[in-house]
Design a protein around this ligand. Structure first.
Ligand code: NIG
Ligand code: FE
Length: 397
């Protein structure tokens, strides 16, 4: 297949942070699910000229979005808590009173596998239509062996049902379940859950914070996970500063996420250790809190990714275009930095070398905007600008 008439093609070819490698008046050839050739529309090689041609008539084309942090598999609805927070209660008060994550855990434990898959599949379909071609999905609303296993299997089923790329993460250490003391639960995660569930996940994550787990808990859990061959991620410095970003650097984690309370020292450590900072601007928007220090992290040389954190509590957001707009309007990233972070940054966060760029050999995961350039994403927040989406060489919307 040959795609022509591209007003502006974002390639991310150099791999340098924020360098979109834009080609104007471009064309792209796709073969066997991969990018075969990329270049000037006037210089299409003879071999590709007689292919089935899609003329996108002056629209912009970007790599598919890589959403590197979601909690997509859950049951229930927390719109009531959302409304309570808008009337003045805090997230931590609701969590401490047995609500928050605990209410989603209760709903999730009683839901059937089929209902969990159906809910997550509907969310993933909307994401795909919005340009997300790869999504990381965490467990973490089961908090017992059987339900955590169900959630990881459901996450895998979402990929099979929709065609979206799915990377699974075991987040058994989301919060201690109401019925088990924290230390005992950490032992269960290490001794029972990780050995049984490691084959179902690519990554292991721990939520380090007040009301969740300590840096010491996380160190034990993540070291065990690494021994079992899992990559590491950390919910770090979200509600308070705990030292979790430092731990991510110490353990060589793929990503430290949230980072709302990260310091200059944390930024230096993440940069030196090559840990990606996965930032989630939908959370601060939803919670009415200040945004993470994106400029500090970028300026320190940290590789930044952007993700939705789609979950029923702190960010019920499925749209990467909205996240890009928030990163520009609320975090101070430029359109180029934000688009890079939502594509190649996400791929780096998940250590996926085959996507996030439109270069020969990469997966043919593409977004066509009904707009002439990527700048329209932050410029027109809330307008559905995703015109067509290709995943692995096939138009999926
Ligand atoms: O990423 N930080 C912890 N976990 C989620 C929130 C989950 C929830 O409130 O259900 C987050 O914000
Ligand atoms: Fe999260």
């Amino acid at each position: 297949m040959l795609i022509t008439g591209i007003s502006q093609l974002v390639t991310n070819a150099s791999g340098e942070r924020g360098d979109l490698g834009v080609i104007h008046d471009a064309a792209v050839a796709v073969e066997s699910g991969r990018i075969a050739w990329v270049g000037d529309g006037g210089g299409v090689p003879q071999a590709y000229r007689d292919r089935e041609t899609w003329d996108v008539a002056g629209r912009a084309v970007l790599p598919g979005f890589v959403d590197a942090h979601t909690h997509l598999v859950f049951a229930g609805d927390r719109s009531d808590e959302f409304a309570r927070r808008l009337r003045g209660e805090t997230y931590e008060q609701i969590l401490a009173a047995g609500g928050g994550i605990h209410s989603t855990v209760a709903a999730t434990r009683t839901a059937s596998y089929d209902d969990l898959v159906a809910g997550a599949t509907a969310r993933a379909r909307r994401m795909l239509r919005g340009g997300t071609t790869t999504v990381e999905i965490k467990s973490g609303y089961g908090l017992d062996l059987a339900t955590e296993e169900t959630l990881l299997r459901a996450a895998q089923a979402v990929g099979a049902a929709t065609g979206i790329g799915v990377i699974t993460t075991f987040l058994g250490a989301h919060v201690p379940p109401a019925e088990v003391e924290r230390g005992l639960y950490v032992d269960q995660v290490i001794e029972e859950m990780l050995p049984r569930l490691a084959d179902l996940a690519v990554y292991c994550d721990v939520f380090v914070d007040r009301g969740a787990f300590t840096v010491e808990d996380a160190r034990r859990i993540l070291k065990t996970a690494a021994e079992l061959g899992l990559g590491l991620r950390v919910h770090a410095e979200q509600l308070s500063h705990t030292g979790a970003a430092r731990l991510a650097a110490e353990l060589g984690a793929a990503s430290a996420d949230h980072l709302d309370h990260a310091t200059a020292e944390d930024a230096a450590q993440l940069a030196a250790a090559g840990v990606v900072a996965t930032l989630l601007p939908g959370v601060a928007l939803t919670m009415g809190l200040p945004q993470a220090p994106a400029r500090l992290l970028w300026g320190a040389g940290v590789t930044v990714a952007l993700a939705t954190d789609c979950n029923p509590g702190t960010s019920n957001i499925e749209s990467m275009p909205l996240v890009i707009a928030l990163a520009c309007l609320e975090m101070g990233l430029s359109p180029e930095e934000a688009v890079w972070a939502a594509t190649l940054g996400g791929a780096r966060s998940l250590r996926l070398g085959d996507r996030g760029r439109v270069v020969a050999g990469a997966l043919a995961d593409l977004v066509v905007l009904d707009a002439p350039s990527h700048v329209h994403l932050p410029y027109r927040p809330g307008t559905d600008l995703v015109w067509k989406v290709m995943k692995g060489g096939r138009w999926v919307s």
